[in-house]
Design a protein around this ligand. Sequence first.
Ligand SMILES: [Fe+2]
Ligand SMILES: [Fe+2]
Length: 274
Amino acid sequence: MSPSTPSGAPVAATLKDGKTIEPVREILWGNASGVRKYETANEVPADMRKLLVKLMVVQADTEFASIQQHRPWLDAAPTLEDRWIEARIVADEARHGLQACRILRDFGEEGQELIDDLLAKREGEHKLDAFNMKFERWSDVGAFTCLVDRVGVYQLRAFQECSYGPLARAMPLMLSEEQLHLNFGASVLRRMAQDGPNYYGTKEEAQAAVRKWYPRALDMFGHSNSETSRRAIEYGLKRWTNDEARQRFTDEVRGLLHGMGIELPPDDFDRHVL
Ligand SMILES: [Fe+2]
Ligand SMILES: [Fe+2]
């Protein structure tokens, strides 16, 4: 739960490493810049409410879907350490789903109905393609956590210090947990590419998995001329347009993977969402 005083006013969030982050109380960008942040569902203007609910449904859906994707690897990952990290990732994603649902719960009956729908979703029924694909090989786990979880981090960073206080305060812990997931993904790909069969799999498998997941990761940022993304910035909910965030992501992963001897396919390869 987001930390708050008995009066409901936000207090500093404490991270796992003991650092504290002081809450910012004003909206920092968009149409209501300078005004106090919205702290309850009732304070949120009607048109923004719809968008916030939609964003939280997508967020929660990805968290619950990834639990289903990781599940078969809990007792099949190559090393004991890999199995332990798989278990941690599943626990973290469950907590992130809970966090998004707590925000939805504040929206009363409408929120609860959406939560009920989310909990009923089975594999293959999720909103984004990246979350309807199975992890058939261990290289899929590496590429997914390195690329798809990294997109998740970009999405969370876009919510940092956003205009809805309870969401803004959920970000520091979620971000620090996601950081572990994507570092793990990069380490799996690196070990496959550089240690090959001494670890598990081959460099070619790692390269093929990157080719499979990179287009799905780019699609997750959404359409280039998205009206929703423009409105999310106006409401102070998101910091960047879809294309801005996508470009930053591409620049980051190209350098990271090149360092392992893995190359990205072209950005327009196998794309579904443009
Ligand atoms: Fe997550
Ligand atoms: Fe994650």
